[in-house]
Each structure stands twice: as C-alpha cells, then as structure tokens.
Design a protein around this ligand. Structure first.
Ligand code: PLP
Length: 244
C-alpha cells in the first residue's frame, strides 16, 4: 500500500507552488496525497492578486476527516494564513503525536505577499513547532522566525521552541554550492550540498518539504529523507536548467 501523506496549505492557481506542487511531488514519489486547504489564492509568478481563507473550523474538519480516512504516514504543512488556522491545526495534530510532521514555514511569497499573518507566526512558534519532527526554513524565514542572522543561533532558537530538528535551506545563498544544514539536538550539523543552479522554479520549498515527508512516510530516517529530498529537488532544477 502507498504511504499516505497529508499536505496542509494553500492552492496556487498558477500551479507553481502550494498544494499542486505538493501533490505532484508526492505522486511522483509513490505516495498518496491527502490535501487540506487553508486558503485559495489567485496568483501568478509575478504577484498574489487575492487570498480567500478557508475558515479555521473547516480546516480542522478537513484535517480530522483526512486523519480518520485510513492510517497516515506523515503530515506536511505549508501556507497556513492566520493564527486561528495554525491553532486549529495544532489542536487536531496534538492527538497524533506519533505521525511525523514536517513544517515548511511559509511566511512570504517570492513575489512579496505575506502568506502568514504576524499572529500566525507567533502561534506557529508556540503551538505547532513543538509538535514537529522537522522545520524547514530558508535563510530569510529562519531570520524572521528567530530575529537572528547566524544559522547556528537560528537553529538553537528553533530547537528551544520545541522543534525536534531544523533544516536551514540555503536556496537564497550566493556561494557556488547550495548547502542545506540539518541541526538536531546535541549533534553537529549534517550538511547536504548540491551545485547551485541558475534555474529558477517556484515552489521548490514546497517540493523539498513534501519530498522529505514522503521519504519519512516511506520509512527513511530524518537524515536520509533530507538527503533524498535534496537530490530530488536538484534533479528537478537540472531538468529546468537543461530546458532553458
Ligand atoms: N503560494 C502558496 C499557496 C504557497 O504554498 C507558497 C509556498 O509554499 C507560495 C505561494 C510561495 O511560493 P513561492 O515562494 O515560490 O512564490
């Protein structure tokens, strides 16, 4: 049977990011995706034109139904929109602590629109991070969540907030190699490196976190899941680069 992975996030009608990217990734990795919609966005690669949130009660209802349908191997969150929605999700997930939870802390779209409200950021830190197996901020998100500029300090802060592990992604870095770093309690950072490609593809953050959730659901360790997911995204970027 295919592992089932619940993906909680927003829709993107341009198909670049959000749930469509999550579902495509999980399908390719031989998992069954169960989408839980937090918001419906109208957007293009250039801008987000509108965001229509789904009520927090209905998000919780979708999540409860998805969890009840049959055993779930992993959960991944993306765009969560508001504090009330984050709280509703955390309340449901608190009863499913054994299911691996990967949080992609989506705060702002690459076109510059806020996708999680300031109170949403607070509730994510206090209520959702303590439930997670792994949080996957990029460099700007790690800085926004912690107020720190140094990766070690950022990771320490996020671990103190209750995350079991932190993967700081280097997609926004500038060196020739893109080096993601996995921090877990009391262990030296584990590095995952790949050549930085000039190809640009929206939704790579969604893709990476979904691929990690898929590999956790398939039974891999956290380190293996991060490594396999990094390879998966690197391969996709190479495909895009070769098409240009
Ligand atoms: N829109 C939705 C619904 C998303 O979930 C995300 C990221 O997770 C984004 C937009 C942001 O993607 P990008 O940074 O590629 O614009």
């Amino acid at each position: 049977m295919k592992p089932v992975v619940i993906v909680i996030g927003g829709t993107d009608c341009s198909g670049g990011a959000g749930l469509s990217r999550d579902i495509a990734t999980l399908t390719e990795l031989a998992c069954e995706a169960r989408p839980v919609i937090t918001a419906v966005t109208a957007q293009s690669d250039q801008a987000v034109q509108a965001v229509k949130p789904v009520s927090p009660d209905h998000v919780a209802q979708q999540l409860s139904s998805a969890l009840a349908a049959s055993p779930v191997s992993a959960v991944k969150t993306g765009m969560l929109h508001s504090g009330e929605t984050v709280r509703a999700i955390a309340e449901v997930l608190a009863d499913f602590a054994t299911i691996p939870l990967v949080i992609d802390p989506v705060l702002v779209s690459s076109s510059g629109t806020t996708l999680l409200s300031p109170d949403g950021v607070d509730v994510l830190k206090t209520h959702l991070l303590p439930l997670c197996t792994l949080v996957t901020p990029n460099l700007p998100e790690a800085a926004m969540l912690t107020g720190n500029e140094c990766s070690e300090a950022q990771a320490e802060n996020l671990l103190e907030m209750g995350a079991q592990a932190v993967l700081i992604k280097d997609g926004h870095g500038t060196c020739d190699m893109s080096i993601d770093r996995l921090f877990q309690d009391c262990q030296p950072a584990r590095e995952f490196a790949a050549p930085r490609l000039s190809a640009s593809l929206r939704g790579t953050g969604c893709m990476l976190a979904s691929a990690i959730a898929a590999h956790l659901g398939l039974g891999h360790s956290r380190e293996q899941a991060c490594s396999l997911a990094k390879d998966f995204v690197g391969h996709k970027l190479q495909q895009v680069a070769s098409e240009v």
